[in-house]
Design a protein around this ligand. Structure first.
Ligand SMILES: [Fe+2]
Ligand SMILES: [Fe+2]
Length: 269
């Protein structure tokens, strides 16, 4: 399916929170394990602007459609962070600027060098855009699936409705990245090989580069390690398989194995 960038650009807006009864969380709060996922998602959504800063230093910036999309995408992701901050606030927790400032303090050294690292990666391959679009599609697939799994696990009507609205916007992000990735990979076996290499040896799940490993483990374990979660992970792997030249990577299967809960025998020994 092709993506109509003009229509998307005209329709971009903050995720709708009107009519959502956030006070319901005071009467029926989320379980700690679910709230811990919300904190992770809040931090990662707000980190999009830092990721955008790095991306705009790469060859992706040469493509005006990509830079237009990224501008709109960053705006929508910002509002996902704001909506999740409202969920935290309803639980008596600070979200927004307080958490963002703490996160950027923690990542200060890394953020000083990350633009150089991204410029280096972009300069090292002519296939950066194919890699970027493919990683974008996979990250949006996993994000959308993570929200769906969290809604199912939490079983909270207000959270489910908020996440449904966020997921609809993530669906548009998927459409852009997937259609561009598909086209770029389709026309170049070299782009396929470069992308396979990055996915196999460099890619990590959304947030793993900036969040503590304990939190990555919690989110992957809580959302993707049970039977339903593994089925969702397998579905994402099948979607990746259908991208030109990317069959058989088993990316999500390996992610659940790497970050999911340790086997009981390991824990006991
Ligand atoms: Fe988002
Ligand atoms: Fe997204």
């Amino acid at each position: 399916m092709s993506f109509d960038l003009g229509t998307y650009t005209r329709r971009v807006r903050p995720v709708e929170v009107a009519g959502l009864d956030f006070a319901a969380f005071e009467r029926q709060p989320l379980a700690e394990a679910d709230l811990r996922c919300i904190r992770y998602m809040h931090d990662v959504e707000f980190h999009t602007s830092c990721y955008l800063r790095d991306l705009l230093n790469t060859s992706a910036h040469a493509d005006p459609e990509v830079s237009t999309f990224l501008t709109m995408w960053n705006y929508e992701e910002h509002w996902h962070g704001e909506a999740l901050a409202s969920v935290l606030a309803a639980h008596g927790e600070q979200g927004g600027e307080m958490r963002i400032t703490a996160m950027r303090d923690r990542l200060r050294r890394r953020m000083r060098t990350s633009p150089l690292m991204w410029m280096g990666i972009s300069a090292a391959t002519r296939h950066f855009l194919a890699i970027h679009m493919t990683v974008g599609a996979i990250n949006e697939w996993t994000t959308q699936a993570g929200y769906a799994r969290l809604a199912a696990r939490a079983g909270h009507p207000v959270l489910s409705e908020l996440l449904r609205r966020i997921m609809r916007q993530e669906g548009l992000h998927i459409d852009f990245y997937r259609s561009r990735a598909s086209a770029l990979l389709d026309r170049s076996p070299k782009a396929q090989r470069a992308t396979r290499l990055v996915l196999r040896y460099v890619w990590r799940p959304v947030g793993a580069g900036v969040m503590p490993t304990s939190e990555v483990r919690h989110v992957v374990g809580h959302l993707f390690a049970d039977a339903e979660g593994r089925a969702v992970a397998a579905r994402i792997d099948r979607r990746i398989d259908r991208l030109p030249g990317l069959a058989g990577l088993g990316l999500m299967r390996r992610t659940v194995r790497r970050y999911g809960p340790l086997p009981a025998s390991t824990v006991l020994s």
